[in-house]
Ligand binder design. Structure first.
Ligand code: BGC
Length: 739
C-alpha cells in the first residue's frame, strides 16, 4: 500500500479505531491460550475496544492466527490486520542456548543465523514480531534475567544486538523474517541488588558508556521496535521518560520505529507513584513516546477522555497509529494478513535437520569448560560412565524463556552420551531441589507438582545409594547438576548462587569414591563454585543448552568438538560479591597496586575481590600460546589507525577456535576509566600445530568515552592495550595517543 493510502486510512479512522491500534492484548481476549509470562489481572477493557485491538501478544500457531486474524478483521470497520508479536527470545521450536550461553560463543555470525532461523519458524506459525533481542548489560548474577542477555560487556552486547536484529529482520520481504523489538530500554540490567523490578540509578557517564550502546546498536541495525523497561531510571519510570524515549531515542538516535511498553508497565506507573490513575498513566506514557500499551487498560480506557478533554493532542495518537500502520504495511499485512503463515509451512519448517545442526553447533560453542585437571576430558570411547544427577536423563534443557519450545523435542545428556559409548549407567541421584518453599516461590508450580518433584526422605536416600552403586562400578562419574528451569529467568532473583544443598551433599558422597568426576552444569546464571571446584576434575558450564543440548554436551565430552566458549559474565567466589563485572572503574586503593599495604586497600577480608572465573575465561583441549604482541606505532596520531598484531600458536593435536580479546585502558582521564574494557575481538580457527598471525585495527574513536553530559571525549595520553585470552592471561603494551 502506498503511503498516501495509509494517510487516507488514518483520516478515515474513528478515534476508537485509532486507540485500538495502540492496544496489545494476549490470548485469552481472543478465546485462545494465554501463554504469556506475567501477572494476570482483569483489565476492564470493553468488548468494543477488544474488537478494535491492533496487536496480539504471544498468540501463535498458523491455524490459530488465521482464525483470529479473520475474526478481528471482520469486526473492524476498516478491516485492519492485527500484528502478532511474541517472545521468540532464543528460538521458537528449535531452541538455541540461552542468550547468556550465546554470548559465550562469541560468534555473532552464527547467532545471526540462529535468529534468522528462529524467525523462519515463528513467521511460519503466524508471528511477525519477536520481542528480541534482549541486550540489557548485566552485572548481577542474582538477577534471574541475566539468562536472557549476552552478558556483562557493552561492546559484546552491541555486536550481538546488531547480529540478532539483522538475523531476525533479514528475510522480512520474503515473509520469513520477524520485526525485531530491542529491549528493555533502558538499563534494566542495572537494577539495584539484583532484585526483580527494582530501581535503576546511575551516573550519565555510566549509562552512556556501559548500558546504552547495545540498544543503540540495535537501533542502528534498523530494529523496527523497541520495548521500554519495567523499571525506573534515575527516578523516572522508563515507560514515561520523555528524555529517554523522545529526546534520546527518537531525536538524537533518529529512531523511526514503534515504542511498546513492557507488560502492564503503563499501569504500573501508578504503582511507582508516578501517575495518579490509569488516565494519568496513559497521558504520561503517550506524551513520553510510547506507541503501544502492552496488556494494561490505560490506553483503552483513558486516551479517548484525554482527547475529548483537550488534555492530549490528537497528533500524538495519529503519529503512533501511523508508525503501527507503517509496520503493518511494510510487512505486507494489508495484502496478506497472515504473512505467509500456513500449517503446511509451519510443519515443514520446524526442527528440521539443518536447524537442529545449527542448534547443536551453537550449543557446543556456548559451552564453557571451566576446569580440566590432568586432562580429565575428553573421555575415551571405551570409558565406563556413571551418568548421575537430576539432569542426567532430563529433557528440561531449554530454560525459562523458551515459551514456545517443547522439552519433548530435546536431546537429553543420556541420549548424547549413548551415541558415544556402550557403557553408560544412569541414576538421578537426587532431586533438583528439595526446598519446597523455594519451589513454591518460583510461582509456577502447583503443590501437587512440587510434591512430585521432592522425593520423600526414603526415596532420596535410595536415589543417593543407587548413584553411589553405579558410580562405584564406573571409571568416570559424569555428574549433572544445576538450577530448576524457573529458578532462572524473569522474576527468578535469588540471593544464594550456590547449588542446592542436596546436590552438594550428593557430590560430597560421590567424591569419597575417589573416581574421576566430570561436573556438567545446567543453569541460567553464574554460580558460586568455590566449594565445589576442588571436588571435581572437570567442570563443563553448559547453561540451558537448548533442543540439541545433549548432543552438544556429548560432542564436548568425547572431544568431537574442542570447547571454545569463553565466559561473558564473571563467576564470583561468593554471592555477596555481586554485582561483579570485569570493567569496573579504577579505585584509589587497588588491591594489588596501592601505595598502602595491608588492610586499607579495596578488598574483602573474607573473600577475594576478583572473580573465581573472570569475563573472557574458558579452557579448550590442548595448549595454545600467544606471542609477539606488536603495535604499529607507540605514538598513535588521531588520524591514524593503530595496527595491533599477535601470533597465536596451537600446540596441540586438536584443531581449536580461539577468541582473541582486545582490551584497552586509559591511564589519565577527566572521568575515571575502567581497569580495562573490551573494544574488539576475533574468533579464529587454528588447525592443530599451526600458528596464525592475527591483526586488529584500532581506530582512535574506539578509545573515546562518555562524560557525565553524555558527550564523547577523546583525550591524548597514555593507554595500554591488552590482548589475549582468558580474561586474566593477557599480553600488554603501552602507547601514547597524540591529539
Ligand atoms: C517481559 C518482556 C516480555 C513481555 C511479554 C514481560 O514480562 O519483561 O521481556 O517481552 O513480558 O511477554
Amino acid at each position: 500500500m502506498k503511503q498516501e493510502k495509509i494517510n487516507k486510512l488514518l483520516h478515515a479512522m474513528s478515534l476508537d479505531e485509532k486507540i485500538g491500534q495502540l492496544i496489545q492484548l494476549s490470548g485469552e481476549f481472543f478465546s485462545t491460550a494465554d501463554i504469556s509470562i506475567g501477572p494476570s489481572q482483569k483489565l476492564g477493557i470493553s468488548q468494543k475496544m477488544v474488537n478494535l485491538c491492533g496487536s496480539a501478544l504471544n498468540v501463535v500457531g498458523a491455524k490459530n492466527v488465521h482464525k483470529i486474524q479473520d475474526e478481528q478483521m471482520k469486526r473492524q470497520p476498516h478491516h485492519i490486520p492485527m500484528l502478532f508479536m511474541s517472545d521468540v527470545i532464543y528460538g521458537f521450536k528449535t531452541i538455541y542456548p540461552i542468550p547468556l550461553g550465546l554470548g559465550c560463543a562469541w560468534n555473532p555470525e552464527l547467532v545471526k543465523k540462529a535468529f534468522n532461523s528462529a524467525a523462519d519458524e515463528a513467521s511460519a506459525a503466524g508471528n511477525q514480531v519477536a520481542f528480541a533481542p534482549m541486550v540489557d548489560v548485566v552485572h548481577d548474577a542474582r538477577w534471574g534475567r541475566v539468562l536472557e542477555s549476552p552478558g556483562e560487556d557493552p561492546y559484546l552486547n552491541s555486536v550481538y544486538a546488531k547480529s540478532m536484529v539483522e538475523g531476525l529482520q533479514q528475510d522480512l520481504k520474503s515473509k520469513k523474517g520477524q520485526a525485531a523489538c530491542v529491549k528493555h530500554f533502558a538499563a534494566y540490567g542495572a537494577i539495584e541488588s539484583g532484585r526483580e523490578y527494582n530501581s535503576v540509578d546511575m551516573s550519565l557517564s555510566n549509562l552512556f558508556q556501559n548500558y546504552l550502546p547495545p540498544y543503540k546498536a540495535g537501533v542502528n541495525a534498523h530494529a523496527k521496535m523497541i520495548m521500554t523497561s519495567l523499571t525506573t531510571l534515575n527516578g523516572v519510570p522508563s515507560t514515561a521518560d520523555k528524555w529517554l524515549l523522545d529526546d534520546l531515542l527518537r531525536k538524537s538516535w533518529n529512531f523511526k520505529g514503534i515504542v511498546i511498553s513492557d507488560y502492564a508497565s503503563i499501569y504500573e506507573l501508578i504503582k511507582h507513584g508516578f501517575a495518579a490513575d490509569t488516565t494519568d498513566a496513559a497521558l504520561k506514557a503517550i506524551n513520553a513516546g510510547v506507541d503501544i500499551d502492552m496488556k494494561s487498560p490505560c490506553y483503552a480506557t483513558g486516551l479517548k477522555q484525554l482527547l475529548t478533554d483537550g488534555k492530549l493532542d490528537e497528533n500524538k495518537v495519529d503519529q503512533a497509529v501511523l508508525r503501527i500502520l507503517k509496520l503493518k504495511n511494510e510487512l505486507g499485512l494489508f495484502e496478506d494478513p497472515y504473512y505467509g503463515a500456513s500449517e503446511a509451512r509451519e510443519k515443514g519448517n520446524i526442527l528440521t535437520t539443518d536447524k537442529r545442526l545449527l542448534a547443536r553447533k551453537l550449543a557446543s560453542q556456548s559451552i564453557v569448560m571451566l576446569k580440566n585437571d590432568h586432562q580429565a576430558l575428553p573421555l575415551k570411547k571405551n570409558t565406563k560412565i556413571a551418568l548421575i544427577g537430576p539432569y542426567a536423563n532430563n529433557r528440561n534443557l531449554i530454560g525459562m524463556w523458551a515459551i514456545h519450545g517443547n522439552p519433548q523435542d530435546t536431546v537429553t545428556i543420556l541420549d548424547g552420551i549413548k551415541e558415544n559409548t556402550n557403557y553408560v549407567k544412569v541414576a538421578k541421584g537426587t532431586d533438583l531441589c528439595r526446598n519446597k518453599k523455594l519451589l513454591h516461590n518460583l510461582g509456577f508450580l502447583s503443590n501437587e507438582s512440587i510434591d512430585k518433584m521432592v522425593s520423600d526422605d526414603k526415596t532420596e536416600s535410595k536415589n543417593n545409594q543407587e548413584a553411589i552403586r553405579i558410580a562405584s562400578k564406573a571409571d568416570t562419574i559424569v555428574l549433572t547438576l544445576g538450577e530448576e528451569t524457573y529458578e532462572a529467568g524473569e522474576a527468578g532473583a535469588k540471593t544464594n548462587l550456590e547449588l542446592a544443598s542436596n546436590q552438594i551433599e550428593l557430590l560430597d558422597k560421590l567424591s569419597k569414591l575417589g573416581k574421576k568426576i566430570i561436573l556438567i552444569l545446567i543453569n541460567g546464571r553464574p554460580l558460586v563454585l568455590t566449594n565445589i571446584k576442588d571436588k571435581v576434575d572437570a567442570i563443563i558450564e553448559a547453561w540451558f543448552p537448548g533442543t540439541e543440548g545433549g548432543h552438544a554436551i556429548a560432542d564436548i565430552l568425547f572431544g568431537k568438538t574442542n570447547p571454545s566458549g569463553r565466559l561473558t559474565m564473571s563467576f564470583p567466589y561468593s554471592s555477596a560479591q555481586e554485582p561483579l563485572y570485569y570493567n569496573h572503574l579504577s579505585t584509589g586503593r587497588p588491591e594489588n597496586n596501592s601505595q598502602h599495604v595491608g588492610r586499607f586497600v579495596s578488598k574483602y577480608i573474607d573473600s577475594p575481590a576478583a572473580a573465581l572465573y573472570p569475563f573472557g575465561y574458558g579452557l579448550s583441549y590442548g595448549n595454545v600460546l600467544y606471542k609477539n604482541l606488536e603495535l604499529s606505532t607507540s605514538h598513535f596520531k588521531c588520524n591514524q589507525v593503530e595496527k595491533i598484531s599477535i601470533d597465536v600458536i596451537n600446540e596441540s593435536d586438536m584443531d581449536r577456535e580461539e577468541t582473541i580479546q582486545l582490551y584497552i585502558h586509559q591511564y589519565v582521564a577527566k572521568i575515571v576509566q575502567p581497569v580495562k574494557r573490551l573494544v574488539q575481538f576475533q574468533k579464529i580457527f587454528i588447525p592443530a600445530h599451526k600458528r596464525i598471525h592475527v591483526e586488529f585495527q584500532l581506530k582512535p574513536q574506539e578509545l573515546a568515552y562518555y562524560d557525565n553530559q553524555g558527550k564523547m571525549c577523546l583525550e591524548g595520553g597514555k593507554y595500554s592495550v591488552y590482548l589475549g585470552m582468558n580474561g586474566g592471561q593477557l599480553l600488554k603494551k603501552d602507547f601514547i595517543l597524540l591529539i
